[in-house]
Design a protein around this ligand. Structure first.
Ligand code: UDP
Length: 328
């Protein structure tokens, strides 16, 4: 009996894989390595495959008894999704339908799906609760919402049980320093600010200082990746206990502004660097903070690392290790 982790070589997936192995699960990481890293698959088994090819998925289900699936595989660049929606609908939606089709064929009926706060678009208010309306403002968020709808229909028609986790901003790195964040291209705030602190970028640009927030910069809810991983473990257990399909925000209920993140990086690294104020980035809502009431109550999730300096210091440890290894 194994857990299939689609996208398990990626940033969040690799932390989920580590935790599940620590908890005694037998895992199979399935990843096409387009954005994932083979070096991040340090636990369980690995199958290189692509959800776009049903035969790749079928191959895994034929050879193994898969009892649950965690599906994190997706393209997740908001800007790219605006310019190339076809790539996103194809990869994020069609590939999921392929996966669900094979799961159905092999009577595997439990899935934990990675969704996003981007399904809410511009929120009515903060903190965002699960029953607020979902009106995504970019194709990336739309693809995730479409899959949420598909899961609900499969639940009704075929009895598929699911847990949807709507991530807020994943951040930080494995507290033990074994894995962390490595994106190419990198667009996320914390790794870019670390680049500036390490002198690998001349400056960090703050996208917008005229938002209606306390310091004018955007506010996000940064969640430690190890805490995100824990939510997946709890979601699996929830499904194993035959609880009804459900959906949860995965946020800390704590907003941190771009300028506060920059200050934290300066404090943690002890390095100063240039900060440039630049215009707003398209598609950025002013504030996204997730209510964690439901996930705490129903899954018993408790974030362990919700202090921004702790999140940044784990990311910095990983960053330094990565740089050192690359230099060797
Ligand atoms: N951001 C920024 N400068 C950068 C990268 C990001 O000011 O070089 C801001 C961005 O506008 C957003 C926040 O940092 O308000 C977090 O952005 P990120 O891309 O990390 O995550 P997102 O919220 O888009 O998922």
């Amino acid at each position: 009996m194994a857990i299939l982790i689609c996208g398990g070589a990626g940033y969040i997936g690799s932390h989920v894989n580590k935790l599940l192995n620590k908890e005694g699960y037998d895992t199979i990481v399935f990843d096409n390595l387009v954005y994932g890293h083979i070096d991040a698959v340090k636990w369980g088994r690995f199958v290189e495959g692509d959800l776009m090819y049903e035969s790749d998925i079928e191959n895994v289900f034929q050879k193994n008894k898969i009892n649950e699936v965690i599906h994190l595989a997706a393209y997740a660049y908001v800007g790219e999704s605006m310019n190339d929606p076809e790539k996103y609908y194809y990869n994020n939606v069609v590939s999921t339908i392929n996966l669900l089709k094979v799961m159905h064929k092999y009577n595997c009926n439990k899935i934990v799906f990675s969704s996003t706060c981007a399904t809410y678009g511009e929120p009515e208010s903060n903190p965002i609760t699960e029953e607020m309306r979902q009106i995504p403002i970019n194709p990336y968020g739309k693809t995730k919402l479409v899959v949420e709808h598909i899961l609900k229909d499969y639940n009704t028609a075929y009895g598929l049980d699911f847990v949807v986790l709507r991530y807020f901003n994943a951040a930080g790195a494995d507290p033990e320093g074994e894995i962390g964040e490595s994106h190419y291209p990198e667009t996320h705030l914390i790794p870019l600010v670390l680049d500036a602190a390490a002198g690998k970028r001349t400056d960090i640009k703050v996208f917008g200082t005229d938002y209606d927030t306390f310091d004018g910069s955007c506010i996000r809810d940064y969640v430690h990746v190890a805490d995100l991983a824990k939510a997946h473990l709890l979601a699996l257990r929830y499904l194993e206990n035959d609880q009804p399909s459900n959906w949860f925000n995965l946020g800390n209920e704590k907003g941190t502004s771009v300028l506060e993140v920059i200050d934290s990086v300066k404090r943690v690294t002890g390095n100063d660097f240039k900060v440039t104020f630049s215009k707003r980035r398209d598609g950025d809502p002013a504030k996204l903070v997730g209510s964690s009431k439901k996930i705490r109550k129903v899954l018993g999730w408790e974030p362990e690392y919700n202090n921004i300096d702790t999140i940044v210091s784990h990311a910095w440890n990983w960053y330094q290790k990565k740089v050192t290894e690359l230099l060797i």
